[in-house]
Ligand binder design. Structure first.
Ligand SMILES: O=C(O)C1=C[C@@H](OP(=O)(O)O)[C@@H](O)[C@H](O)C1
Ligand SMILES: C=C(OP(=O)(O)O)C(=O)O
Length: 429
């Protein structure tokens, strides 16, 4: 693929999409399977940059696995007994769901290991996690800039009473929760500040339960986890389709759908981004839930005002839908942590939406979108952010083409995104 991609105007979208596995679930179950006793057959894994980083890291840490094909993998668990040489280094790209959980898990091992990432990851927050691990005895040093990657972990984490700031990323709490059962002491985690992205914590707790570990959850204020436990392989684990990846196709259908069916997910999903479907319906799309699919058809869309703190990833797609309303404004609130993701997403969204002619107000933690009078063909900078690339593909559903710079960045979570998108698109004659 070139370093830009021009999508011509699409008159209608129609067809079926088999969703790739959820990134968040894949990386959690890869790690828990590796920590478990026994082997686990993981079905419908996502195979993309973020999960390849997890697989590579596990291999370096001595885990044996058999990647049967790109969707199926057998992991041979090590009962929390990773085999790696002290002093090695792990490069984990820009994968938050690898960097944060491995930082916590590796703090349990009494060996030295360095964790680093790409330029974007080196700017993303980790301090609140490191502070909490240090309270539990973790010995961790910043190697370049204070509070950022790269870090050197020297083990020492034993659990105990830990206060954690959870308003910037829920991944810090997820990481602590996953490591707590393996620590020497029982752990009591106390939440400071309001918890952001809460559904991802529910997902963590559910998956821990699937691997035999119960956590006492006191209304998300504090959590209690007995120490000295082992994860137990469930034998087999089927990973749901990715709800965040589904949003682009469902949104396309809401704007110009004959009908799109996304397959591999349903109403019982453990992914918070499934809530996007209800929002889409509220905005005017027609939705039908199936046993293992969701169907969406076009409707007259209207703007909404929404607190999107629970669904930061899907909220980007709602911002795009805001361009296709009857003229009414869409307000997305309480999304401060967009600023500390792959890029500053509030800034990136606002810049690029303005380029295509939309009327945008960017606040510290909100964005308002009013549709353009006329769409303008623009070169969209993606800031190496997969969601920027996928979101702006939807501009081709206006009567104007769109040029996406660095489209390959979708490989973080959805390497085949553009070929799938083209399959469902009928171009204007
Ligand atoms: O735990 C997870 O799997 C994730 C949590 C969210 O991050 P924050 O908790 O940083 O909002 C989300 O944006 C990310 O894509 C995946
Ligand atoms: C925020 C994201 O990724 P990460 O898991 O790296 O935080 C994302 O996928 O939108």
């Amino acid at each position: 693929m070139n370093n830009f991609l021009t999508l011509n105007p699409i008159s209608e979208v129609n067809g079926n999409i088999y969703l790739p596995g959820s990134k968040s679930i894949t990386n959690r179950v890869l790690l828990l399977s590796a920590l478990s006793n026994g082997k686990t057959h993981l079905k419908n894994i996502l195979y993309s940059d973020d999960t390849i980083h997890m697989l590579n890291a596990l291999k370096i840490m001595g885990i044996k696995y058999n990647l049967i094909n790109k969707n199926n993998c057998i992991i041979y668990g090590c009962s929390n007994n990773f085999q790696y040489q002290s002093g090695i280094s792990l490069f984990l790209g820009n994968a938050g769901t690898v960097v944060r959980p491995l930082t916590a898990i590796l703090s349990l091992q009494n060996k030295e290991i360095i964790i680093t990432g790409d330029l974007s990851m080196k700017k993303r927050p980790i301090k609140d996690l490191i502070d909490s691990l240090r309270q539990g005895g973790g010995k961790i040093k910043y190697l370049e800039q204070e509070n950022y990657l790269p870090i050197k972990i020297q083990g020492g984490f034993v659990g105990g009473k830990i206060i954690i700031k959870s308003n910037i990323s829920s991944q810090f709490l997820t990481s602590l929760l996953i490591s707590a059962p393996l620590s020497k002491k029982d752990t009591n985690i106390i939440i400071k500040n309001t918890l952001v992205s809460q559904p991802y914590i529910d997902m963590t707790l559910k998956i821990m339960e699937d691997f035999g570990i119960m956590v006492y959850n006191n209304h998300y204020q504090d959590f209690y986890i007995p120490g000295n436990q082992t994860y137990h392989s469930p034998g087999e684990y089927l990973i749901e389709g990715d709800a965040s990846s589904a949003t682009y196709f469902l949104a396309a259908a809401a704007i110009k759908g004959k009908k799109i069916k996304v397959i591999g997910i349903n109403q019982d999903s453990i992914q918070g981004d499934i809530k996007f479907v209800d929002i889409l319906k509220k905005m005017g799309a027609k939705i039908h839930w199936g046993e293992n699919f969701i169907e969406c058809m076009k409707g007259q869309l209207k703007g909404i005002t929404l607190d999107a703190n629970d669904i930061p990833d899907a909220a980007m797609t709602i911002a795009m839908l805001g361009l296709f309303t009857d003229g009414s404004t869409t307000n997305i609130k309480n999304i401060y942590n967009w600023r500390v993701k792959e890029t500053d997403r509030l800034h990136a969204m606002s810049n690029e939406l303005k380029k295509i002619g939309a009327n945008i107000i960017e606040g510290e933690d909100y964005i308002s979108i009013t549709p353009p009078k006329e769409f303008i063909h623009a070169k969209i900078n993606t800031y190496n952010d997969h969601r920027m690339a996928m979101c702006f593909s939807l501009i081709a559903l206006s009567n104007t083409p769109v040029t996406i710079m660095n489209p390959n960045c979708v490989s973080k979570t959805f390497p085949k995104y553009f070929s799938e998108f083209k399959k469902i698109s009928n171009l204007k004659k």
